[in-house]
Design a protein around this ligand. Structure first.
Ligand code: ADP
Length: 406
Protein backbone atom coordinates (compact mmCIF):
# COMPACT_ATOMS: atom_id res chain seq x y z
CA UNK A 1 0.00 0.00 0.00
CA UNK A 2 1.12 3.57 -0.69
CA UNK A 3 -0.03 6.22 1.75
CA UNK A 4 0.20 9.99 1.31
CA UNK A 5 0.75 11.51 4.75
CA UNK A 6 -0.15 15.18 5.07
CA UNK A 7 0.54 17.68 7.84
CA UNK A 8 -1.21 20.94 6.98
CA UNK A 9 -0.21 24.08 8.87
CA UNK A 10 -1.40 27.66 8.43
CA UNK A 11 0.91 28.41 5.51
CA UNK A 12 2.58 25.08 4.88
CA UNK A 13 1.87 21.48 3.93
CA UNK A 14 4.45 18.84 4.87
CA UNK A 15 4.04 15.53 3.10
CA UNK A 16 5.51 12.07 2.79
CA UNK A 17 4.52 9.34 0.40
CA UNK A 18 5.15 6.12 2.29
CA UNK A 19 4.92 2.39 1.80
CA UNK A 20 4.22 1.39 5.42
CA UNK A 21 4.58 -2.34 4.74
CA UNK A 22 8.22 -1.74 3.88
CA UNK A 23 8.60 1.30 6.19
CA UNK A 24 9.85 3.05 3.07
CA UNK A 25 9.54 6.75 2.23
CA UNK A 26 9.11 7.04 -1.54
CA UNK A 27 9.16 10.80 -1.59
CA UNK A 28 8.85 13.65 0.89
CA UNK A 29 8.60 17.38 0.82
CA UNK A 30 7.06 20.59 1.97
CA UNK A 31 5.09 23.44 0.45
CA UNK A 32 5.78 26.70 2.27
CA UNK A 33 4.46 30.27 2.09
CA UNK A 34 1.01 29.16 0.99
CA UNK A 35 -1.10 32.24 0.31
CA UNK A 36 1.86 34.16 -1.14
CA UNK A 37 3.01 34.81 -4.66
CA UNK A 38 6.45 33.36 -3.85
CA UNK A 39 5.41 30.02 -2.37
CA UNK A 40 7.94 27.17 -2.61
CA UNK A 41 7.63 23.41 -2.98
CA UNK A 42 10.67 21.30 -2.12
CA UNK A 43 10.51 17.62 -2.93
CA UNK A 44 13.06 14.89 -2.29
CA UNK A 45 12.66 11.46 -3.82
CA UNK A 46 13.91 8.18 -2.26
CA UNK A 47 16.99 8.33 -4.54
CA UNK A 48 17.86 11.84 -3.23
CA UNK A 49 16.70 13.47 -6.48
CA UNK A 50 15.47 16.91 -5.45
CA UNK A 51 13.25 19.48 -7.07
CA UNK A 52 12.29 23.00 -5.98
CA UNK A 53 9.33 24.78 -7.55
CA UNK A 54 8.38 28.35 -6.72
CA UNK A 55 5.44 30.46 -7.70
CA UNK A 56 2.01 31.55 -6.59
CA UNK A 57 0.22 28.99 -4.41
CA UNK A 58 -2.77 30.73 -2.95
CA UNK A 59 -4.44 28.00 -0.90
CA UNK A 60 -4.11 24.49 0.43
CA UNK A 61 -6.11 23.09 -2.52
CA UNK A 62 -3.54 24.44 -4.97
CA UNK A 63 -0.71 23.15 -2.75
CA UNK A 64 -2.25 19.65 -2.93
CA UNK A 65 -2.50 20.07 -6.75
CA UNK A 66 1.23 20.77 -6.87
CA UNK A 67 2.07 17.83 -4.60
CA UNK A 68 0.02 15.48 -6.79
CA UNK A 69 1.66 16.89 -9.92
CA UNK A 70 5.13 16.19 -8.47
CA UNK A 71 4.17 12.66 -7.36
CA UNK A 72 2.89 11.98 -10.88
CA UNK A 73 5.65 13.80 -12.75
CA UNK A 74 7.54 11.74 -15.30
CA UNK A 75 10.93 13.18 -14.34
CA UNK A 76 10.54 13.81 -10.64
CA UNK A 77 7.71 11.56 -9.52
CA UNK A 78 7.19 8.06 -8.19
CA UNK A 79 3.78 7.02 -9.57
CA UNK A 80 2.02 7.01 -12.93
CA UNK A 81 -1.59 7.24 -11.80
CA UNK A 82 -3.46 8.89 -8.91
CA UNK A 83 -4.92 5.47 -8.19
CA UNK A 84 -1.51 4.40 -6.89
CA UNK A 85 -2.24 6.58 -3.86
CA UNK A 86 -4.14 3.98 -1.86
CA UNK A 87 -5.07 6.27 1.01
CA UNK A 88 -4.30 9.60 2.65
CA UNK A 89 -3.41 10.03 6.32
CA UNK A 90 -3.84 13.45 7.89
CA UNK A 91 -2.23 14.73 11.04
CA UNK A 92 -4.94 16.52 13.02
CA UNK A 93 -3.86 18.41 16.12
CA UNK A 94 -6.96 18.34 18.31
CA UNK A 95 -9.54 15.63 18.58
CA UNK A 96 -10.93 16.94 21.89
CA UNK A 97 -12.91 14.29 23.73
CA UNK A 98 -14.54 13.24 20.47
CA UNK A 99 -11.70 11.15 19.06
CA UNK A 100 -9.94 8.53 21.13
CA UNK A 101 -8.15 6.92 18.20
CA UNK A 102 -7.42 7.42 14.50
CA UNK A 103 -10.54 7.27 12.30
CA UNK A 104 -11.64 6.92 8.70
CA UNK A 105 -12.77 10.37 7.58
CA UNK A 106 -16.52 10.69 6.97
CA UNK A 107 -18.87 13.68 7.02
CA UNK A 108 -19.36 13.14 10.78
CA UNK A 109 -15.61 13.11 11.37
CA UNK A 110 -15.20 16.39 9.46
CA UNK A 111 -17.93 17.84 11.68
CA UNK A 112 -16.21 16.46 14.80
CA UNK A 113 -12.91 18.11 13.82
CA UNK A 114 -14.76 21.36 13.10
CA UNK A 115 -16.51 21.17 16.49
CA UNK A 116 -13.09 21.07 18.15
CA UNK A 117 -11.77 24.20 16.40
CA UNK A 118 -12.32 26.21 19.59
CA UNK A 119 -9.72 24.03 21.34
CA UNK A 120 -7.08 24.45 18.60
CA UNK A 121 -7.96 27.57 16.61
CA UNK A 122 -4.44 27.83 15.18
CA UNK A 123 -4.30 24.25 13.90
CA UNK A 124 -7.59 22.44 13.30
CA UNK A 125 -8.84 24.88 10.60
CA UNK A 126 -5.70 24.23 8.51
CA UNK A 127 -5.86 20.48 9.07
CA UNK A 128 -9.47 20.66 7.86
CA UNK A 129 -8.48 22.66 4.80
CA UNK A 130 -6.13 19.85 3.79
CA UNK A 131 -8.84 17.26 4.31
CA UNK A 132 -11.46 19.10 2.25
CA UNK A 133 -8.92 19.79 -0.52
CA UNK A 134 -8.16 16.05 -0.71
CA UNK A 135 -11.86 15.18 -0.73
CA UNK A 136 -12.19 17.54 -3.74
CA UNK A 137 -9.11 16.26 -5.57
CA UNK A 138 -9.26 12.55 -4.75
CA UNK A 139 -12.88 11.82 -3.89
CA UNK A 140 -12.44 8.06 -4.30
CA UNK A 141 -9.38 7.79 -2.06
CA UNK A 142 -10.00 6.83 1.59
CA UNK A 143 -8.70 9.31 4.15
CA UNK A 144 -7.81 8.83 7.77
CA UNK A 145 -7.39 11.39 10.57
CA UNK A 146 -4.67 10.77 13.17
CA UNK A 147 -4.94 13.04 16.21
CA UNK A 148 -2.09 14.39 18.40
CA UNK A 149 -4.43 14.20 21.40
CA UNK A 150 -6.03 10.76 20.87
CA UNK A 151 -3.32 8.69 22.56
CA UNK A 152 -3.89 10.55 25.84
CA UNK A 153 -7.66 10.14 25.84
CA UNK A 154 -7.57 7.13 28.13
CA UNK A 155 -5.97 9.07 30.98
CA UNK A 156 -7.93 8.67 34.22
CA UNK A 157 -9.89 11.72 35.38
CA UNK A 158 -7.52 12.26 38.34
CA UNK A 159 -4.80 12.93 35.73
CA UNK A 160 -6.80 15.06 33.32
CA UNK A 161 -8.96 17.24 35.58
CA UNK A 162 -7.68 20.57 36.92
CA UNK A 163 -8.51 21.85 40.39
CA UNK A 164 -11.07 24.29 38.97
CA UNK A 165 -14.84 24.33 39.47
CA UNK A 166 -16.09 21.17 37.78
CA UNK A 167 -18.77 23.24 36.02
CA UNK A 168 -15.99 24.79 33.88
CA UNK A 169 -14.98 21.35 32.66
CA UNK A 170 -18.62 20.60 31.86
CA UNK A 171 -19.18 23.96 30.17
CA UNK A 172 -15.94 24.46 28.24
CA UNK A 173 -14.23 21.04 28.34
CA UNK A 174 -11.29 22.56 30.19
CA UNK A 175 -9.02 19.62 31.06
CA UNK A 176 -5.63 18.14 30.24
CA UNK A 177 -5.59 16.80 26.68
CA UNK A 178 -1.89 16.33 26.04
CA UNK A 179 -0.16 16.47 22.65
CA UNK A 180 2.63 14.71 20.70
CA UNK A 181 0.50 11.57 21.12
CA UNK A 182 1.55 10.04 17.81
CA UNK A 183 5.21 10.41 18.77
CA UNK A 184 4.77 9.01 22.30
CA UNK A 185 2.84 6.07 20.84
CA UNK A 186 5.43 5.40 18.12
CA UNK A 187 8.49 5.42 20.40
CA UNK A 188 6.76 3.39 23.13
CA UNK A 189 5.83 0.67 20.62
CA UNK A 190 9.33 0.76 19.19
CA UNK A 191 10.89 0.43 22.67
CA UNK A 192 8.75 -2.67 23.35
CA UNK A 193 10.09 -4.16 20.09
CA UNK A 194 13.68 -3.37 21.06
CA UNK A 195 13.10 -4.91 24.50
CA UNK A 196 11.42 -7.91 22.87
CA UNK A 197 8.57 -7.67 25.37
CA UNK A 198 4.85 -7.10 24.87
CA UNK A 199 4.00 -3.40 25.20
CA UNK A 200 1.08 -4.45 27.42
CA UNK A 201 3.57 -5.65 30.07
CA UNK A 202 5.68 -2.48 30.24
CA UNK A 203 5.81 0.70 32.30
CA UNK A 204 7.44 3.39 30.19
CA UNK A 205 8.25 7.08 30.37
CA UNK A 206 8.63 8.82 27.02
CA UNK A 207 10.33 12.21 26.66
CA UNK A 208 9.61 14.07 23.41
CA UNK A 209 12.07 16.97 23.48
CA UNK A 210 11.90 19.20 20.42
CA UNK A 211 10.97 22.86 20.14
CA UNK A 212 7.87 21.77 22.03
CA UNK A 213 8.57 19.28 24.82
CA UNK A 214 6.33 16.79 26.58
CA UNK A 215 6.59 13.60 28.60
CA UNK A 216 4.15 10.74 29.01
CA UNK A 217 3.70 7.95 31.55
CA UNK A 218 2.65 4.86 29.62
CA UNK A 219 1.36 1.78 31.37
CA UNK A 220 0.66 -1.30 29.26
CA UNK A 221 0.58 0.83 26.10
CA UNK A 222 -1.88 3.35 27.59
CA UNK A 223 -0.93 6.96 28.34
CA UNK A 224 -1.94 7.46 31.98
CA UNK A 225 -0.50 10.98 32.31
CA UNK A 226 1.29 13.56 30.21
CA UNK A 227 2.93 16.89 30.87
CA UNK A 228 1.23 19.11 28.27
CA UNK A 229 -2.26 20.14 29.24
CA UNK A 230 -5.24 22.05 27.91
CA UNK A 231 -2.74 23.55 25.47
CA UNK A 232 0.91 22.68 24.74
CA UNK A 233 2.01 25.38 27.21
CA UNK A 234 2.03 23.24 30.35
CA UNK A 235 4.82 21.04 31.68
CA UNK A 236 8.46 21.05 30.69
CA UNK A 237 10.52 24.11 29.81
CA UNK A 238 10.47 24.46 26.00
CA UNK A 239 12.16 26.50 23.29
CA UNK A 240 9.93 29.54 23.81
CA UNK A 241 7.22 28.27 26.20
CA UNK A 242 7.38 28.64 29.96
CA UNK A 243 5.89 25.28 30.94
CA UNK A 244 4.66 24.86 34.53
CA UNK A 245 4.30 27.84 36.84
CA UNK A 246 1.96 29.33 39.40
CA UNK A 247 -1.00 30.68 37.35
CA UNK A 248 -1.05 33.78 39.60
CA UNK A 249 2.27 34.86 38.14
CA UNK A 250 0.67 35.72 34.83
CA UNK A 251 -2.18 37.66 36.47
CA UNK A 252 0.42 39.61 38.43
CA UNK A 253 2.52 40.38 35.33
CA UNK A 254 -0.57 41.36 33.35
CA UNK A 255 -1.50 43.88 36.04
CA UNK A 256 2.04 45.24 36.48
CA UNK A 257 2.89 45.50 32.79
CA UNK A 258 -0.65 46.29 31.62
CA UNK A 259 -0.66 43.40 29.19
CA UNK A 260 -3.66 42.35 27.14
CA UNK A 261 -4.52 38.65 27.06
CA UNK A 262 -2.95 38.28 23.61
CA UNK A 263 0.25 39.98 24.82
CA UNK A 264 0.30 37.67 27.84
CA UNK A 265 -0.27 34.72 25.53
CA UNK A 266 2.72 35.77 23.41
CA UNK A 267 4.87 36.26 26.52
CA UNK A 268 4.17 32.71 27.72
CA UNK A 269 4.31 30.99 24.34
CA UNK A 270 6.87 32.93 22.32
CA UNK A 271 9.24 34.77 24.66
CA UNK A 272 9.73 32.39 27.57
CA UNK A 273 11.42 29.00 27.98
CA UNK A 274 15.03 28.58 26.82
CA UNK A 275 14.74 31.84 24.89
CA UNK A 276 13.42 33.88 27.81
CA UNK A 277 15.88 32.57 30.36
CA UNK A 278 19.04 32.34 28.27
CA UNK A 279 18.40 35.56 26.36
CA UNK A 280 20.40 33.84 23.61
CA UNK A 281 18.15 31.56 21.64
CA UNK A 282 15.27 29.09 21.75
CA UNK A 283 17.54 26.57 20.05
CA UNK A 284 19.15 24.07 22.44
CA UNK A 285 22.33 23.95 20.32
CA UNK A 286 22.92 27.67 20.93
CA UNK A 287 22.08 27.33 24.61
CA UNK A 288 24.56 24.45 24.95
CA UNK A 289 27.22 26.45 23.19
CA UNK A 290 26.57 29.41 25.48
CA UNK A 291 26.74 27.12 28.51
CA UNK A 292 30.07 25.65 27.32
CA UNK A 293 31.39 29.21 26.99
CA UNK A 294 30.37 29.81 30.60
CA UNK A 295 27.46 32.17 29.92
CA UNK A 296 25.49 32.22 33.17
CA UNK A 297 22.00 32.54 31.71
CA UNK A 298 22.63 29.71 29.26
CA UNK A 299 23.79 27.49 32.12
CA UNK A 300 20.71 28.21 34.18
CA UNK A 301 18.40 27.64 31.17
CA UNK A 302 20.04 24.24 30.64
CA UNK A 303 19.78 23.45 34.36
CA UNK A 304 16.06 24.28 34.50
CA UNK A 305 15.38 22.33 31.30
CA UNK A 306 17.02 19.16 32.68
CA UNK A 307 15.69 19.56 36.22
CA UNK A 308 12.09 19.64 34.97
CA UNK A 309 12.61 16.40 33.07
CA UNK A 310 14.05 14.74 36.16
CA UNK A 311 11.14 16.00 38.29
CA UNK A 312 8.61 14.52 35.85
CA UNK A 313 10.51 11.23 35.78
CA UNK A 314 10.12 11.04 39.58
CA UNK A 315 6.44 11.89 39.36
CA UNK A 316 5.78 9.36 36.62
CA UNK A 317 7.69 6.54 38.32
CA UNK A 318 5.29 7.14 41.23
CA UNK A 319 2.24 7.33 38.95
CA UNK A 320 3.24 4.13 37.14
CA UNK A 321 4.23 2.28 40.33
CA UNK A 322 7.59 1.33 38.80
CA UNK A 323 9.49 1.76 35.58
CA UNK A 324 10.93 -0.53 32.91
CA UNK A 325 12.32 1.99 30.43
CA UNK A 326 12.70 5.66 29.60
CA UNK A 327 12.77 6.82 25.98
CA UNK A 328 14.27 10.05 24.63
CA UNK A 329 13.12 11.42 21.29
CA UNK A 330 12.68 14.70 19.37
CA UNK A 331 15.52 16.94 18.14
CA UNK A 332 16.95 17.46 21.66
CA UNK A 333 16.16 13.99 23.03
CA UNK A 334 17.75 12.31 20.01
CA UNK A 335 20.82 14.52 19.75
CA UNK A 336 21.84 15.90 23.09
CA UNK A 337 23.87 13.51 25.23
CA UNK A 338 24.29 16.38 27.73
CA UNK A 339 20.54 16.73 28.26
CA UNK A 340 20.12 12.97 28.63
CA UNK A 341 22.94 12.53 31.11
CA UNK A 342 22.04 15.58 33.21
CA UNK A 343 18.32 14.81 33.38
CA UNK A 344 19.08 11.22 34.45
CA UNK A 345 21.88 12.03 36.89
CA UNK A 346 21.44 11.04 40.52
CA UNK A 347 18.71 8.50 39.77
CA UNK A 348 20.69 5.33 40.46
CA UNK A 349 18.58 4.78 43.58
CA UNK A 350 15.64 4.00 41.29
CA UNK A 351 17.74 1.81 38.99
CA UNK A 352 18.68 4.39 36.37
CA UNK A 353 22.38 4.52 35.48
CA UNK A 354 23.37 5.32 31.93
CA UNK A 355 26.39 4.01 30.06
CA UNK A 356 28.36 7.17 29.20
CA UNK A 357 30.04 5.63 26.18
CA UNK A 358 26.74 4.47 24.67
CA UNK A 359 25.19 7.83 25.47
CA UNK A 360 27.89 9.57 23.41
CA UNK A 361 27.66 7.19 20.43
CA UNK A 362 26.34 8.89 17.33
CA UNK A 363 24.13 5.90 16.38
CA UNK A 364 20.55 7.08 15.91
CA UNK A 365 18.59 4.34 17.66
CA UNK A 366 20.34 2.97 20.71
CA UNK A 367 20.09 1.70 24.27
CA UNK A 368 22.20 3.84 26.57
CA UNK A 369 22.10 1.57 29.62
CA UNK A 370 24.09 -1.63 30.15
CA UNK A 371 22.39 -4.98 29.56
CA UNK A 372 20.89 -6.14 32.84
CA UNK A 373 20.33 -2.57 34.09
CA UNK A 374 17.05 -2.51 36.11
CA UNK A 375 15.74 0.37 33.97
CA UNK A 376 16.60 0.57 30.28
CA UNK A 377 17.04 3.96 28.62
CA UNK A 378 16.64 4.27 24.86
CA UNK A 379 17.17 6.95 22.26
CA UNK A 380 14.60 6.39 19.53
CA UNK A 381 14.15 8.82 16.63
CA UNK A 382 10.48 9.63 16.38
CA UNK A 383 8.60 8.96 13.16
CA UNK A 384 5.13 10.43 13.35
CA UNK A 385 4.64 10.17 9.58
CA UNK A 386 5.30 6.42 9.60
CA UNK A 387 2.89 6.01 12.52
CA UNK A 388 0.23 7.95 10.58
CA UNK A 389 0.89 5.74 7.54
CA UNK A 390 0.56 2.56 9.68
CA UNK A 391 -2.71 3.74 11.21
CA UNK A 392 -4.06 4.75 7.82
CA UNK A 393 -3.17 1.39 6.29
CA UNK A 394 -4.71 -0.57 9.19
CA UNK A 395 -7.92 1.45 9.20
CA UNK A 396 -8.35 1.31 5.42
CA UNK A 397 -7.65 -2.43 5.38
CA UNK A 398 -10.11 -3.14 8.17
CA UNK A 399 -12.79 -0.87 6.71
CA UNK A 400 -12.55 -2.62 3.33
CA UNK A 401 -12.82 -6.00 5.12
CA UNK A 402 -15.90 -4.69 6.95
CA UNK A 403 -17.41 -3.68 3.61
CA UNK A 404 -16.81 -7.15 2.18
CA UNK A 405 -18.37 -8.86 5.22
CA UNK A 406 -21.29 -6.39 5.49
P1 ADP B 1 10.18 20.43 16.31
O1 ADP B 1 9.61 20.31 17.69
O2 ADP B 1 9.98 21.77 15.70
O3 ADP B 1 9.85 19.26 15.41
P2 ADP B 1 12.80 19.22 16.58
O4 ADP B 1 12.24 17.94 17.11
O5 ADP B 1 13.53 19.18 15.29
O6 ADP B 1 11.75 20.39 16.53
O7 ADP B 1 13.80 19.78 17.71
C1 ADP B 1 14.39 21.02 17.62
C2 ADP B 1 15.33 21.16 18.79
O8 ADP B 1 16.33 20.13 18.71
C3 ADP B 1 16.06 22.48 18.83
O9 ADP B 1 16.09 22.99 20.15
C4 ADP B 1 17.47 22.09 18.41
O10 ADP B 1 18.42 22.92 18.98
C5 ADP B 1 17.56 20.71 19.01
N1 ADP B 1 18.69 19.99 18.43
C6 ADP B 1 18.87 19.55 17.17
N2 ADP B 1 20.10 18.99 17.02
C7 ADP B 1 20.71 19.07 18.23
C8 ADP B 1 21.97 18.68 18.75
N3 ADP B 1 22.87 18.10 17.98
N4 ADP B 1 22.24 18.93 20.05
C9 ADP B 1 21.32 19.55 20.84
N5 ADP B 1 20.12 19.94 20.42
C10 ADP B 1 19.80 19.71 19.15
Amino acid sequence: MNILVLNCGSSSVKYQFINPEKSRVLTSGVVERIGMSDAVLRNKRFDDHEIVISGEILDHGIAIDYILAVLLSKNHGVIKDKKEIDAIGHRVVHGGETFTESVLITGDVVKGIRDNIDLAPLHNPHNLRGITACIDHLPETPQVAVFDTAFHQQMPNHAYLYGLPYSLYKRYKIRRYGFHGTSHRYVSARAAKLMDKPLESLKLITCHLGNGCSMAAISGGVSIDTSMGFTPLEGLLMGTRSGDMDPSVILYIMAKEELSSSEANALLNKHSGLMGISGISSDMRDVLEGARDGEKQAIVAFDIFCYRIKKYIGAYVAALGGIDAIIYTGGIGENSSEVRSRSLSGLSHIGITIDDEMNMLSRKEKKITKDGSPVAVFVIPTNEELMIAYDTMEIVKSSSTEKITD
